[in-house]
Design a protein around this ligand. Structure first.
Ligand SMILES: [Zn+2]
Length: 491
């Protein structure tokens, strides 16, 4: 259990039934900025991000199939395989985006016994009722239900859910335990006092956060969509469970939506791009991170190809400007940066002949110290990353700052931004051409060459096949032979 000096931070994690898309990344880059800000202030943190591998039903509802079971049936793989595979995909994206790893990534399926104990205590407290579809939390028994979402409680109780559940007393009541329907055996199932079944979705976050961070903790983050339902329900059940009159969590922080061409992702018709799609199109993950940090976490941000293209160009320019300053010093905290800047002032020539007793600091270092204060103010002001980026740009244009001072400022900015300013090669930001950049004539040429190559191979005309392969190489075309014929993409 963490000590009282360590900030407990819980971030609602991914449901690992499919690849995470670009919108799914925003909550973690936001939580990462918060982590970096706490590190900057020398506040130790214990960070927990859950992995939802059971309990999350399709459409966030209380009845119906689990997202993972649906995915397993569709992909003809086991639920465990699905969970492992998409957990790895999530971790790969987190690493590519330079998100600091959490201390723990608990899996919901490993905490079902504790969830049953938790629901049992709620039942003993008289805030639940049982119906054929499971055990439900009676939200009228929760004082201040919905306060987090600034809800009109009566309105919310009636309007929150469209789903019809037989026997549910109020529309805002939610499942703690989802009992198996007769004849519909679940894949992931546990025995409980309320019959065989699976936990409700909201239960896992209350149980795992308390298990790993203590009954009360400091910070809970998540996407704004959770503020209306998931977090409201987490609070209701946790405060009923603890029943000590204290707020369960001290601070809640929510990031706004990422929009896709000005529309909510949930309402978008086509597939939502993933980080891998962006990379395939010639963009660097750090360009996407810069795009996210360019908006404040509490503002909606509109994703367009043009916007990420712009971010890639500005990151390349930023890196070209920073490259001559490398190597950068290692800075993680405000105090380290301040100490480094003060040390520069102590060794400057102006100070060397200051035995006479003048205590004027060297002006260049004074400039750097001013930038450090501005950066500290920006991150302290509700994580104002757009402001932080503007201060960094300004310091790079400033003629008054010394190179040593500038190196510290850039390193300090990157401690908060996490953009790999210390080691990313600007050349990695040169956008490669992708299939989307080819015109019809170029695509026709490539497809004709591939057809000729297939023909040559069929005729066992190996010299001709090799000749075509060389021609395709010259065009940067990578051909892969598959059972259904050759496929290609640009290298
Ligand atoms: Zn949660």
């Amino acid at each position: 259990m963490p000590s009282a000096d360590v900030v407990g931070l819980y971030s609602c994690g991914p449901t690992v039934y499919y690849f995470p898309h670009l919108g799914n990344m925003r909550p973690y880059v936001f939580a990462d900025t918060l982590r970096r800000a706490l590190r900057w202030k020398q506040i130790p943190v214990r960070h927990v991000v859950n992995i939802t591998d059971v309990g999350h039903a399709v459409a966030d509802s209380d009845t119906g199939d689990d997202k993972l079971e649906v995915a397993a049936a569709k992909e003809r793989r086991s639920v465990a395989d699905i969970a492992d595979f998409y957990t790895r995909a999530f971790m790969t994206d987190m690493a590519a985006l330079n998100v600091l790893p959490a201390d723990r990534y608990p899996r919901a399926s490993e905490y079902v016994e504790q969830m049953i104990e938790f629901a049992t205590r709620l039942q003993e407290r008289g805030v639940t009722y049982q119906i054929p579809s499971g055990l439900y939390f009676d939200t009228t028994k929760s004082d201040g239900y919905g306060t987090l979402a600034l809800m009109d409680i009566a309105g919310q109780r009636e309007a929150a859910r469209v789903e019809q559940v037989e026997g549910r007393r109020h529309k805002s009541d939610f499942a703690l335990w989802r009992a198996e329907e007769p004849g519909a055996r679940r894949v992931m199932r546990w025995d409980s006092p309320w019959g065989w079944g699976a936990p409700g979705w909201h239960l896992e976050c209350s149980v795992m956060s308390m298990a790993l961070l203590g009954e009360h903790f400091d910070l809970h983050t998540g996407g704004i969509d959770h503020r209306e339902l998931h977090h409201v329900n987490e609070i209701a059940q946790s405060e009923a469970y603890l029943d000590d009159g204290d707020p369960w969590v001290r601070y809640w922080m929510h990031n706004e939506f990422l929009l896709l061409n000005n529309a909510k992702i949930a309402k978008s018709s086509g597939p939502v791009p993933r980080l891998a799609d962006l990379v395939e199109d010639g963009y660097h993950p750090m360009a996407y991170r810069l795009f996210l940090l360019g908006g404040h976490y509490r503002s909606q941000l509109d994703y367009t190809t043009g916007a990420v293209d712009g971010a890639q160009t500005s990151l390349r320019r930023l890196l070209s400007r920073i490259e001559p300053l490398r190597p950068l010093p290692v800075i993680e905290t405000y105090e380290q940066a301040r100490a480094a800047l003060t040390a520069i002032a102590d060794t400057t020539p102006a100070d060397a002949d200051a035995d006479a007793g003048t205590d004027d600091a060297e002006p260049g270092d004074k400039t750097a110290l001013d930038y450090l204060e501005l950066m500290d103010e920006a991150i302290s002001l509700d994580l104002a990353t757009p402001r932080l980026l503007a201060i960094l740009q300004e310091s790079l244009r400033d003629q008054e700052i010394t190179p040593a001072g500038l190196r510290v400022i850039v390193a300090a900015a990157d401690a908060l931004l996490g953009l790999h300013l210390n080691d990313l090669d600007p050349a990695a930001l040169e956008r490669r051409r992708s299939t989307a950049d080819l015109d019809t004539a170029e695509i026709e040429t490539i497809e004709r060459l591939i057809a000729d190559r297939t023909q040559a191979r069929k005729e066992k005309n190996w010299p001709r096949a090799d000749e075509i392969r060389a021609e395709l190489d010259r065009l940067d075309v990578q051909v892969t032979d598959t059972p259904t014929g050759p496929s290609w993409h640009l290298r």
